[in-house]
Design a protein around this ligand. Structure first.
Ligand SMILES: [Zn+2]
Ligand SMILES: [Zn+2]
Length: 350
């Protein structure tokens, strides 16, 4: 029996970049031939949502805009050409909302880099609303045994760090260093890395985060405030440098240092997007030590499925705080002040 879909719904929307976010009644969108309509239960709040609202990125959203790209719920309607999913399936909305499957990057299996991609909460209204659209091929299947609210942050944060760890090429038994390890993204990265058989060096500011990082699986914790010579400290702690580094800290300096302490032939993976940041690395030593420096962007559909499977098998725990949709401006405010503890997940029906 099909459930009734209302004509209008509640959404957190803004009219132009940086203008106030308001809770408004807007039409429930109709799925196109290739799309599905998902009744959203929860949506995680990502730092990129905040940056898009403020216009901090070189790419800008299409206003008026409903943000959000960590939505979970179930499918209530499918387009006429959709065959891979059905009404009633648990499904997720992620950043990549549609791809062309025809450009060079799609053909090479890098659909997250699709030249014609549509993005949730940017070029198409996202998951800070009760009903949202996504192409059927891009909707992630949410495993039956996971809690929906907990699954939400895996759609962006979790799958992003999981992909970045793969990009680091660190093998089981080898060491990965994680900058900004005590934060939300870092906390997930530690757990994924451990589950993937990597040895983790957590790097962050302050003694308070040591216990937290070690509890999640870090073998070593390096408190930046205690070690003015960070390069020497990390090299010593890892007997010559970590095989890979995930740069998650939202500052420029730790990235420069990572290019220095990474092991010879190691890989530095850029994940976070500090505003207007530039990358500085010594060319001679980068060449001489054959260091790889690369960016890692979001995740493929397969990466996302695999990341959700880690959650389903109990290998990663996601600290969340469930809040009503109307608290989105408060969450952004807390994020700006660095006061948001755990991932904020919005209940779009409250
Ligand atoms: Zn995100
Ligand atoms: Zn494409």
């Amino acid at each position: 029996m099909a459930e009734t879909i209302p004509k209008t719904q509640k959404a957190a929307i803004f009219d132009s970049i940086g203008s106030p976010i308001e809770i408004r009644e807007i039409p429930v969108p109709e799925p196109g031939a290739e799309q599905v309509l998902i009744k959203i239960a929860y949506s995680g709040v990502c730092h990129s949502d905040l940056h898009l609202w403020l216009g901090d990125f070189p790419v800008q959203g299409t206003c008026p805009l409903v943000g959000g790209h960590e939505g979970v719920g179930h499918i209530v309607k499918i387009g006429s050409n959709v065959t891979n999913v059905k009404v009633g399936d648990r499904a997720g909305i992620k950043w990549i909302n549609q791809t062309c499957l025809c450009c060079e990057y799609c053909k090479r299996g890098f659909e997250q880099n699709c030249e014609n991609a549509g993005h949730s909460g940017c070029s198409i209204n996202g998951s800070f609303q009760q009903y949202a659209l996504i192409n059927a091929t891009e909707a992630s299947k949410i495993p039956d045994n996971v809690d929906l609210a907990t699954a939400a942050p895996i759609l962006c944060a979790g799958s992003t760090v999981y992909r970045a760890l793969k990009e680091s090429k660190v093998q089981p038994g080898q060491t990965v260093a994680i900058t900004g390890a005590g934060g939300g993204l870092g906390s997930m990265a530690i757990q994924f890395a451990k589950a993937m058989g990597m040895r983790v060096v957590a790097i962050d500011l302050g003694a308070a985060k040591e216990e937290h990082c070690k509890k999640l699986g870090a073998e070593t914790y390096v408190d930046v405030s205690k070690h003015p010579d960070l390069v020497e400290t990390v090299r010593k702690a890892t007997n010559g440098g970590p095989h890979g580094v995930l740069h998650i800290a939202t500052a420029e300096k730790p990235l420069e240092l990572a290019t220095q302490y990474v092991r010879t032939r190691g890989t530095v993976v850029l994940v976070s997007l500090p505003k207007d940041a530039q990358l500085k690395a010594d060319v001679f030593w980068t060449v001489f030590r054959a260091v790889t420096i690369k960016g890692s962007y979001i995740a493929s559909r397969q990466d996302t499925d695999e990341a959700l499977d880690f959650l389903s098998r109990g290998l990663v725990k996601v600290p969340i705080e469930i809040l009503p949709l109307s608290s989105l401006p408060t969450v952004y405010d807390r994020m700006l002040k660095g006061e948001q503890i755990g991932r904020a997940v919005l209940d779009v029906w409250k």
